[in-house]
Structures are given as C-alpha cells and as structure tokens.
Write a protein that binds this ligand. Structure first.
Ligand code: ZN
Ligand code: ZN
Length: 143
C-alpha cells in the first residue's frame, strides 16, 4: 500500500492518504474559486478509511459551505485542504476531497477532467484536451 503525506502551508495540519485515489480533476465552481483565491482547484478523493489526520487536528477549521458540504482549512495559515459532502442521515461521507496541491508527493493519476467548466472565471484560459464538464451537477458533458 502506498501512502502519500500532505500538509497545510505552515505545517501545523498534517495528514496522509492511502492510494488508490478515486478521481482527480480541476473544479471551476465559484465555491472553490473564492476560498482558494484561484482560477480553479485541483481535487483528488479517497474514502474516509484511506484518510488520516496525523497532526494539528485542533487547527483544522470547518466551514459549512452549503447545506450539504463542509470545507476544512488551517486556521493558522488559511490553507484550504479538504471538502466533504454531508447527507441528511449524518452518515459519514463516501469520499473526502483533498487538494492535490497540499499533498507532498505524486498520486496514482493525473487530472482527468474539468468540472463546472461552464462556471469558470472568464479570465481563465484552458488549453488542454481534458473533458470539459459542467451543467447543474458540474459533471455533465458540455456540448
Ligand atoms: Zn497551516
Ligand atoms: Zn468546486
């Protein structure tokens, strides 16, 4: 089993994930762009059992970014790190989204698609050949 470690910018919050990941892609939605201060955010994801906080859990701040989503960042340095979806039944999330940029090593895949591409910042010019997805769910093919 391959484990990849990650941390926030200041190093207070440390974590690790076990490969394999479930996906990797660039998200252009406004809820990603604003808190990250970026044109888009590159996420990967693992099931909860492949994810561990190894240090600094007390510095991890949770922000409820919607009625069904929570984001976590380091309250000391502001690094945005994790996102997970919550459901009505309070069940644990199926996947924990992890910012690829906070991981210290390579994972088992390259970015595979653009999500919420029709919500992208109009100053963001994308010239790669990856699938451009969007629509209401962010993952529908765009004609
Ligand atoms: Zn930090
Ligand atoms: Zn997003």
């Amino acid at each position: 089993m391959t484990t990849v470690t990650g941390s926030c910018f200041c190093g207070e919050v440390r974590y690790e994930i076990d490969l394999p990941t479930r996906f990797c892609g660039h998200c252009h939605c406004s809820m990603c762009r604003r808190p990250h201060g970026a044109a888009f955010v590159t996420w990967t994801a693992v099931p909860p059992e492949q994810f561990r906080i190894t240090a600094g859990e007390a510095a991890l701040q949770t922000f409820e970014s919607s009625s069904h989503g929570r984001r976590q960042f380091c309250r000391r340095c502001g690094s945005q790190m994790f996102c997970f979806h919550t459901r009505d039944d309070d069940a644990p999330p199926d996947l924990i989204d992890v910012t690829l940029a906070s991981l210290h090593g390579p994972i088992d895949r390259q970015p595979e698609a653009h999500f919420y591409f029709d919500s992208r910042a109009d100053w963001s010019k994308i010239s790669d050949d990856l699938p451009k997805l969007g629509g209401a769910t962010g993952i529908e093919p765009l004609s």
